[in-house]
Design a protein around this ligand. Sequence first.
Ligand code: NDP
Length: 237
Amino acid sequence: MTDFKGKAVLVIGGSRGIGAAIVRRFASDGADVTFTYAGSKDAADTLAAEIGAKAVKSDAGNRNDTITTVKAAGALDVLVVNAGTLVMGDPLETDPDAVDRMIDINVRAPYHAAVEAARQMHDGGRIIIIGSVNGDRMPFAGGAAYALTKSAVQGMARGLARDFGPRNITVNVIQPGPIDTDMNPADGPMKDTMHGFMALKRHGRPDEIAGLAAYLAGPEGGFITGAMHTIDGGMAA
Ligand code: NDP
């Protein structure tokens, strides 16, 4: 447990999966948590009521929504941009609109959210983007567009770390490997293939990602910035 009492935390995309685990972790550690959702209103309302957080409907694929939501959240101590989608398949057959929508959510939203948050963020604030081990390694066919989005946030974090470093605001990317969520269920059809690439033959749990987010946002994480933090059961080893 880390003490986040009195800290203002915004999680972009917190209704389900990894984002919901991050919301839960910060709330249980005492933070005032606001999180966004797009499609999962019931899940968002249930989570918010259960832990005393605030849920806000905001489409991360819409730049104005993102900027307006971050601005309205005020002076943050921690921003986590978790919202993400996965479009996989033969690039010759994949709908280009679906690819562009994924780029909007996975790349443009983290950038605009981070920049908008930094305008009001307290000195010493923390910005955490949920990337993927696929930013470093894409061991399957069909993942080029997704990998593109997760590599893009690496460069973004390196650059913004330098932009905001003078205010002691850190910018980091967490790069999960397979994590058991709706996006990538532990009993899904790809599990054996994925586990074949890993040192630890299992999916990770969302709370394992939330633990790393809490570390990076906590007092012991203050000297870590512009860095990629892979938590993947050895998939990239
Ligand atoms: P899920 O599909 O289980 O959950 C996705 C979350 O993102 C939901 O809360 C969803 O909210 C939110 N979200 C999606 N699109 C939008 C949008 N347009 N606006 C606002 N919120 C949105 O995914 P995971 O929890 O598995 O993934 C979370 C992040 O982790 C993603 O960035 C993903 O790329 C990354 N990741 C996941 C891995 C895995 O194996 N699970 C591995 C590596 C990285 P709602 O339902 O309300 O729209």
